[in-house]
Design a binder for this molecule. Structure first.
Ligand SMILES: Nc1ncnc2c1ncn2[C@@H]1O[C@H](COP(=O)(O)OP(=O)(O)OP(=O)(O)O)[C@@H](O)[C@H]1O
Ligand SMILES: [Mg+2]
Length: 241
């Protein structure tokens, strides 16, 4: 099954302004881990916003083309509905966390779904266990380190159990041991059939990808297997080495 279809997607934040995404076309099959690689400013986070429907729903600008998430056009689908399909862990975790404690943060989305309290507790327990943040459960989210905030944001997203997960430069901000455990979690999620899109600068973090999309100044410069990461000449050409 095709989880994501991006069809002739172009975007400008302001009408008549700089074109940020340039006629992107790609699909992602369910159960794939796809890495999106590109230099700073090439449009990776903008693409994430399009996948989650924040563009065009919350940010105006000028979007042309279509993004289909499990067959639904993001432009025609309510954000609340899309949030059940695509969970995004944003590059800046501070914009994502707003509850007083870690536990509240993770319970927030399941509470909004009006799940019975016992089910909410089970989901919170399960993701806290999975992400390995038991020790942070009752901490104030403001007191966490940058990496811990990303883990909590990821747990909060997983509490909704979305079939598609988008991580915007999360791995690069974690220390080596935590990065390894998050990588294991992502592999386990893939085994469970989740579709995962990882946006990164950090080449090393992408070895688990089934496929790598290379974005260059808003254009899809390459769409290939993860063996692309071994292609030193190509990486040098795109200024990754
Ligand atoms: N809200 C906004 N309004 C106008 N321009 C924006 C906005 N957000 C991003 N941009 C511009 O869009 C371009 C792409 O930004 P984007 O954040 O998508 O890049 P990125 O690949 O995620 O970069 P990084 O690796 O640094 O996170 C940049 O030129 C940026 O300045
Ligand atoms: Mg970004």
């Amino acid at each position: 099954m095709t989880a994501v279809v991006v069809n002739n997607l172009s975007y400008r934040y302001q009408k008549g302004g700089k074109q940020i995404l340039k006629d992107l076309n790609f699909t992602v099959e369910q159960g794939q881990i796809v890495a999106v690689l590109g230099l700073s400013g090439c449009g990776k986070s903008t693409l994430c916003l399009c996948l989650g429907g924040i563009i065009p729903h919350y940010l105006g600008g000028e979007m042309t083309g279509r993004v289909l998430i499990n067959g639904q056009d993001t432009a025609d689908c309510k954000i609340a509905r899309l949030a059940l399909e695509v969970g995004i862990v944003f590059q800046d975790a501070d914009t994502q966390l707003f509850s007083p404690t870690v536990e509240d943060e993770i319970a927030f989305a399941p509470e909004n779904l009006c799940l019975p309290p016992e089910q909410i507790r089970q989901r919170v327990d399960a993701v806290i266990e999975m992400v390995g943040i038991k020790h942070l459960r009752y901490e104030n989210t403001n007191d966490l380190s940058g990496g811990q905030k990303h883990l909590v944001a990821m747990a909060a997203v997983l509490a909704l159990d979305p079939p598609i997960l988008v991580l915007d430069e999360v791995l690069a901000q974690l220390d080596a041991a935590v990065k390894k455990s998050v990588t294991e979690i992502l592999l386990e999620l893939r085994r469970r059939g989740k579709t995962i899109i990882i946006v990164e600068h950090d080449l090393e973090a992408l070895i688990i990808a089934d496929r790598v999309l290379l974005l260059e100044d808003g254009l899809l410069a390459n769409d290939g297997s993860s063996s692309l990461l071994q292609d030193k000449e190509l990486l040098a050409r795109h200024k990754f080495l």
